[in-house]
Structures are given as C-alpha cells and as structure tokens.
Design a protein around this ligand. Structure first.
Ligand code: SF4
Ligand code: SF4
Length: 435
C-alpha cells in the first residue's frame, strides 16, 4: 500500500465507527483507567481529527496513540468490524514521521537492523548480566540491582535470564527427523525471545517436530520479525526486517513454516501484508504466508497425539492476543492439552483477555500493565492449578513477573514444553516403538 492507499484504508475504517461504545466494555486499558481517551472509539475520533487537519500530531497526541496494547479486543468485539488496531498503528506511524521515536526506541530499532551486531550485543550482554541483574531462585529470572526506569525496569521488575548460548547456536541449521521415514521439512522461525531468553522452549519445538518424523531447518539469516518496530510506528525498520526475513525464508527448502511465538507468527502470517506496503517482496510473502503455522496448529494437524505419555500436572491456559486474535488459534492448544493422559486442565475466567504485556507497552507503562496483569493473575490463581501454559514469550515474561511479585507458586510453561514433556513420557512408556 502506498501513502494514498494507506490514507484511504484509514478513512474507510474510521467512517465505519458509529461511536456505539461497545469497545469500552472490553478494552483492558479503559477498564484499568476508566479514561474515555483510551478507548478505540476515541482513537478513531482522534485519527479523524488528524486527517481533517483539526488537530496537529503533537507529542501529546502521539502519547494518546501510544496508550494501547494492540490486543485487538476492540476489533474482535466491534459490530461494525472497525480495524482500530491498524488505525492506531497508522496514527503511531504518522506521529513518528512527524516527531520521531524516543531515544531508547531509536537505539533499540537501529540495533535490530544489524543482525550480527545485535546478536553479539545480546550475547555479550548475557555474559555480564549478573553485574546489573540479581538471579532469583528456581529459575524465575532476574531482578535489576539498580533502578533502570528508562527501560521499564524498575527495582522490582523480573525479566528472564538471557542466555550466552542462544538457541540458534545450540542447534545446527539442519536437524534430521528421529524416524527413518522422514515426512518432510519444517522451517522453524525462532524469533528473538525464544532464541535469547527461552531457548528451552525452542528446543522443545525441535524435539516435537523431529519426534514426529519432520526434518527441521533453522535459517541462519532470519532476524527479528519486526513487531516491536512496526507496532511502535517505525514502519521503515519494520519493512526492512520483514524483507530480510522473507529473503531468508525464500532461500530455504521447506514444506511448512512453524513459529512458537504469537507475535512472530501473527507478523509472518498476517501483519507483513500491511507492513510491506508496496514492497516488491509482497508477492513472495503472499506465497510464504500460507505455509505459516503456530506450533499448536502444526501438532494437531501433522503430529501423532497417540504417542503422548502420562503427564500428571494441573494446568490452565492463557490466550496470547496475537495467537487468539492475531492467528485465530485458541482451540488447538486446549485440544492438545486435553489429549495428554494424566493432565488436568481447568479453564480460567477471561482466558483471552490481554495480560497487559503489549511488547514495549509494559516497558513504558509498567504500573498500568501491572494493574491489567493483576486481573489475569487473580483468574490464574482462582483455578487452583499449578501451571499456567501459554504460547507467547512476552506474556510468559509478564505473567511470571506478576506471579513472582505475588510470591505465587504457579509456574509458567510454553505450550511446546508441555507437549514435549508428554512425548518424552510416551517414549519412556514405549509408545514410540516404531520410531
Ligand atoms: S470501534 Fe466499533 S465498538 Fe467501538 S465505538 Fe466504534 S463501532 Fe462501536
Ligand atoms: S487494541 Fe486493545 S488496548 Fe488498544 S484500544 Fe483496542 S481494546 Fe483497547
């Protein structure tokens, strides 16, 4: 889409908004702050005023576009189908064009463009993280030793351990299936958080795939999916990263593409269409996007659930926004969890309501994101289950922070880790005799 096309798109969306206010009842930011300015209808009206030159895109207006989790709940509940999330992203992009990015975001997104430098920076940072972050017991992550308010890391915020041995270093580029009769090849798009912060979840994905007869390829030249950049209004960096990833994927042979991060998956499958604009790689992406699956979708369609062994754990499940409303994935993880022998599953209240992470939202508005998270934590604890399972590293980080602050014993696991644990149990039970 060129600039004219983008303007037409926004106009078409905001004209659909009847200001009915249904979105007020679902917006987590509005529910936490009770401020009309934060609602979807208010953002649509704001965009209308900007387009009609009634108001200027001042930094104050920019802040109003910032106060949104892009959770897509308003869009999902809007009777008129207004894509307010896209309107807000366009508002952010226009504001960044006029006022620029914050210095912190500018630095971070510039770093994302240099794949090798970014990698070196994070791996070096991992080696020295003990100087700034204190390790917490039981693998719950780290807490800053000093005040780091600029990065949303005040004294209390807990973040995961960064590994000096990332997933893409631990694993070779090609991994053969464990069974002789290979079914085909899966391209695994790892994303940044699985690579640097939760490599065990990534290893679980590879374990599941190879256990079920799939060869795996992990493209070396993949980089950040671009979600942090394009959702912050840095469309140029977002497009650059999307193009790098499309080239990296295009260079490989594969039958399917698997992601295990809600944001990466939604970006690769749907968001790139908007991000790419009139890029010459749009057509290539259209061919690629139809092959993209979240790991839970892939397991349900292409893996053998009869090999899952007894796993006597008690779990509830949180729907990441970018999985349930970004990729339309919600039944699949539940179906798999319920298929695991011995596993007790209990649904929590409002499982699909945003936890408040929202990518960089929780860094900029940490106190507000904690308030939103508190509702989620109450609902998790009310189930009485021992584990919270989810398919998004950002949700995992935010929910782990909240649970640890509350001294809750509930632990958080990635869906892939639970599935892999059940496959390992099945192996011990002799369910994999023909593999
Ligand atoms: S965005 Fe949709 S739900 Fe919200 S006021 Fe407009 S029409 Fe109503
Ligand atoms: S995307 Fe979510 S946070 Fe943003 S306006 Fe809509 S409901 Fe509110």
């Amino acid at each position: 889409m060129n600039n004219q096309g983008r303007r037409r798109f926004i106009e078409q969306e905001i004209v659909k908004c009847s200001r009915c206010g249904t979105c007020r009842s679902i917006c987590p930011v509005f529910l936490a702050e009770n401020n009309e300015n934060t609602t979807a209808r208010s953002k649509n009206r704001l965009m209308e005023a900007v387009l009609e030159d009634d108001i200027e895109l001042t930094p104050g207006v920019q802040k109003r576009f910032e106060k949104c989790l892009l959770c897509k709940a308003c869009k999902a509940h809007c009777g008129s189908g207004v894509a307010t999330d896209k309107v807000i992203m366009e508002g952010r992009a226009a504001a960044v064009e006029r006022n620029g990015l914050s210095p912190m975001k500018k630095l971070a997104f510039t770093g994302l463009r240099y794949r090798k430098l970014f990698d070196l920076g994070l791996r070096t940072g991992a080696l020295f993280q003990s100087l700034i972050f204190k390790k917490l017991p039981e693998g719950r992550g780290r807490v800053p030793r000093i005040l780091l308010p600029g990065a949303g890391l005040n004294q209390r915020r807990i973040i995961p351990d960064m590994t000096a041995n990332p997933l893409r270093v631990r694993l070779p580029k090609f991994i053969k299936a464990r069974t002789a009769a290979g079914k085909g090849r899966v391209l695994f798009f790892t994303g940044c958080m699985l690579n640097y912060m939760y490599p065990e979840s990534g290893e679980a994905v590879v374990g599941i795939l190879t256990e079920n007869g799939w060869d795996v390829v992990i493209p070396e030249k993949q980089c950040c999916c671009g979600t942090p950049a394009f959702t912050s209004g840095d469309v140029e960096t977002g497009r650059f990263l999307a193009e790098q990833n499309i080239k990296a994927i295009r260079a490989e042979d594969y039958d399917h593409i698997v992601t295990a991060c809600a944001s990466c998956g939604a970006a690769l499958k749907y968001e790139y269409e908007h991000v790419l604009g009139d890029s010459p790689l749009l057509k290539t992406w259209q061919g690629i996007s139809t092959h993209v699956f979240d790991i839970s979708q892939f397991v349900l369609r292409h893996c053998d659930l009869t090999k899952l062994g007894n796993l006597p754990i008690r779990v509830t499940y949180h729907d990441p926004c970018h999985l349930v409303r970004g990729m339309n994935v919600s039944a699949e993880p539940r179906e798999i969890l319920k298929a695991i022998p011995g596993l007790e599953f209990m649904e929590m209240k409002d499982a699909s309501r945003c936890c408040g992470a929202g990518g960089s939202f929780s860094a900029v508005y940490y106190e507000l994101s904690r308030k939103i998270n508190d509702k989620k934590l109450d609902n998790i604890e009310d189930t009485g289950m021992d584990y919270l399972v989810t398919g998004c590293s950002s949700c995992r980080m935010h929910i782990t922070d909240g649970l640890t602050q509350r001294k809750s014993a509930v632990e958080v696991l990635h869906t892939a880790e639970v599935i892999q644990m059940a496959y390992e149990a099945g192996r011990k039970e002799g369910k994999h005799v023909n593999s």
